[in-house]
Design a protein around this ligand. Structure first.
Ligand SMILES: *Cc1c(COP(=O)(O)O)cnc(C)c1O
Length: 506
C-alpha cells in the first residue's frame, strides 16, 4: 500500500516533486562554498584530528533552497485552507498581530535588560494581564506558563500549595470526568495526585450524581473541561462547583476552549479556582507547529497568594516593575520557567484583544458557536451526531452512519484528503465510537463551510452506496499513501546510513 497511485516515469506527480533526503541528494566531494585553503598551522589536537571524510552532503545554494522550499510545500497549513481539527481552534491569525510582535522594540529585547529600559514591554504584560482578568473576572494571573498543559501544571501546583498551607496536604485525589481533555489526568498524575475518573451521562455531560458520589475528604480538586471534549457546555457546572467547594476541594477549569465563551461568561461566576487560557488558540498565535505558545493561568482569591513568580505590577509613578522575589505576604509555589514567559505571544494576544475590542471578542465567540452549529445541522443530514441538541464551538459525530459499509473513520478521513479536504480530529474523544470532531472556528466563511460540507456529504453518500474500495484504498493522490504506523513507532529509523559502496570506501 505504500507505493504511489498511478506511476509516472520520474516518480514525480505533476509539479509535486519527489523529495529525497538531503543526504541522498548531494555528494560528499562537492561543496557549495569556495573557502581559501587553511594556513599551515601546527596540530594542537594531540592526534585527535579527524582523518576520514565527515560524510556531509555537498550541495549548491539553489539545491539547498529548493530542498527546503519543496519540503515546506508538503505541509498543510491554515494559510492553505480550512483546517477543521477539533480541540485545536485552528483559526486565521490576523497579520496585524504578527507585525506588532516583530517590531524591533519588542523583538530585539533581551530578558536581562535593566527594567528601566523595558518599561514598554512590562506595560504590554500588565495590560494583557488586565484584559485576561477582565474577561474572566478572576483575581490574579500567571502569564509565564508556556502552553495549555503547562498552565494546567501551574494551576494544580497552586492548588497543592493552598492545600499544604491549610494543613490539608494529605488530600491526594483529583477527579477527572470522562469528558475532560487527555492532558488533565496527565497533569494531575504529574503533580503526584491519584486520578479518579467520573463517568459521563447519555447527554455527553458529567453525571452529576456519580460526581457527588466520588467526592470525599481525600479529594484535592476536580479538573473539568468546559466546553467539554464533546463540544458541549457542562450545564451543571455551578452545581459541580458548589459540591467541590462543600467537599473542601478546589475547582480547576480547563479553559483551552475559551474561544467558545469569551465575552459571554465570567469564569469567576462559575466558581472556578484556576483556569488556563491558550493564547495560541483563542488569542491569535499561530500554532500546530510545536510552538511557541502561552498558557496563562488565572486564579481565584483562594489561590492568588500562591501564584508563581514573576509578575508585573504598576507603580504609583506610572512605571512598571517585575516582581522576581517574594514580597509581603506572597507565598509563590515557585516559577514555571526561566525568565517571564513567551513575550512574543503576549504581544500578539494584546494586539488581537485591542484590535477586536470587547464587542469584537463577543462576536467572535458567537460566530465560532454559530459556525459549529451550521456544520452540525448540515452534516446531520447523513452523518450521525453523537449527542442531541446544539453544540458549542465544535461538532461531534461518530461512525454509526458507516455501519455495515466496510468503511472506518480512518478510511473516511483518508478519502477526504484525496478530495482536498483536511480531515477532522479522529477517534477523539474516546467516549464515542469512531469519533469525528470538527471545529470550524469563527474565521471561516459560509462558502468555505459549504465546500467542506458538500465534500463530506458526497463522501458519506459514496460510502453508503457500497463502494468501500474507494475508501480503503485512499489516499491515492498524496506523495505517500498509508504508512505502516505501527512499524514506524516500533522501529523508528532516525539515522541515515550511507549506501553500502560508499560505506566501504570510507
Ligand atoms: C489544546 C488543549 C489543551 C492543551 O494545550 P497545549 O497548549 O497543547 O498544551 C488542554 N486542554 C484542552 C481542552 C485543549 O483543547
Amino acid at each position: 500500500m505504500t507505493e504511489r497511485g498511478t506511476p509516472t516515469l520520474t516518480g514525480n506527480r505533476g509539479l509535486q516533486i519527489e523529495e529525497p533526503l538531503i543526504f541522498e541528494q548531494g555528494h560528499p566531494d562537492k561543496t557549495g562554498v569556495d573557502l581559501p585553503d587553511p594556513p599551515d598551522l601546527p596540530d594542537r589536537l594531540g592526534g585527535l584530528a579527524r582523518t576520514g571524510p565527515i560524510g556531509l552532503s555537498g550541495l549548491s545554494e539553489p539545491e539547498v533552497v529548493r530542498h527546503y522550499t519543496r519540503l515546506s510545500q508538503k505541509n498543510y497549513a491554515i494559510d492553505a485552507g480550512f483546517y477543521p481539527l477539533g480541540s485545536c481552534t485552528m483559526k486565521h491569525n490576523p497579520r496585524l498581530n504578527e507585525r506588532m510582535a516583530r517590531l524591533p522594540g519588542f523583538a530585539d529585547l533581551h530578558p536581562f535588560q535593566p527594567q528601566s529600559t523595558v518599561q514598554g514591554a512590562l506595560a504590554v504584560m500588565h495590560r494583557l494581564s488586565e484584559w485576561l482578568l477582565g474577561l474572566t473576572g478572576m483575581e490574579a494571573v500567571a502569564l509565564s506558563p508556556a502552553a495549555g498543559a503547562h498552565g494546567e501544571l501551574c494551576g494544580m501546583q497552586a492548588i497543592r500549595a493552598a492545600l499544604d498551607a491549610r494543613g490539608a496536604g494529605d488530600r491526594r485525589v483529583v477527579l477527572v470526568p470522562d469528558s475532560a481533555h487527555g492532558t488533565n489526568p496527565a497533569t494531575a498524575a504529574l503533580c503526584g495526585f491519584k486520578v479518579r475518573g467520573v463517568p459521563g451521562d447519555d447527554r455527553g455531560r458529567v453525571d452529576l450524581a456519580a460526581f457527588r458520589e466520588a467526592l470525599d475528604d481525600q479529594v484535592a480538586g476536580v479538573m473539568l473541561t468546559n466546553p467539554n471534549t464533546c463540544g458541549l457546555f457542562e450545564n451543571d457546572i455551578m452545581a459541580l462547583a458548589t459540591a467541590v467547594h462543600e467537599a473542601g476541594a478546589y475547582f480547576y477549569l480547563d479553559g483551552a476552549n475559551f474561544n467558545a465563551l469569551v465575552g459571554r461568561v465570567k469564569i469567576a461566576d462559575l466558581g472556578v479556582d484556576a483556569m488556563h487560557i491558550n493564547l495560541h488558540k483563542t488569542f491569535s498565535t499561530p500554532h500546530g507547529g510545536g510552538g511557541p505558545g502561552a498558557g496563562p493561568t488565572v486564579l481565584s482569591p483562594a489561590l492568588a497568594p500562591f501564584a508563581p513568580l514573576p509578575h508585573v505590577v504598576a507603580e504609583a509613578d506610572g512605571g512598571y516593575r517585575l516582581i522576581e522575589r517574594v514580597e509581603g505576604d506572597m507565598q509563590p509555589f515557585g516559577r514555571m520557567k526561566g525568565f517571564h514567559g513567551q513575550f512574543g505571544v503576549f504581544v500578539r494576544a494584546l494586539s488581537y484583544l485591542m484590535s477586536m475590542g470587547a464587542d469584537g471578542l463577543r462576536q467572535a465567540s458567537g460566530d465560532a458557536v454559530l459556525n459549529a452549529n451550521y456544520l452540525l445541522a448540515r452534516l446531520s443530514e447523513t452523518l450521525t451526531p453523537s449527542f442531541e441538541g446544539p453544540c458549542m464551538h465544535e461538532a461531534l459525530f461518530d461512525d454509526r452512519f458507516l455501519k455495515g459499509t466496510g468503511v472506518s473513520t480512518l478510511d473516511f478521513a483518508k478519502a477526504m484528503i484525496d478530495e482536498g479536504v483536511h480531515p477532522m480530529t479522529m477517534y477523539f474523544p474516546l467516549v464515542v465510537h469512531g469519533a469525528m470532531l470538527m471545529e470550524p472556528t469563527e474565521t471561516e466563511s459560509r462558502d468555505s463551510l459549504d465546500a467542506f460540507c458538500d465534500a463530506v456529504l458526497a463522501l458519506a453518500d459514496k460510502a453508503r452506496s457500497g463502494d468501500a474500495a474507494f475508501f480503503t484504498e485512499a489516499p491515492r493522490h498524496t506523495p505517500r499513501r498509508r504508512l505502516d504506523e505501527t512499524r514506524a513507532a516500533r522501529h523508528p529509523v532516525l539515522r541515515w546510513e550511507p549506501p553500502e559502496p560508499a560505506k566501504a570506501a570510507e
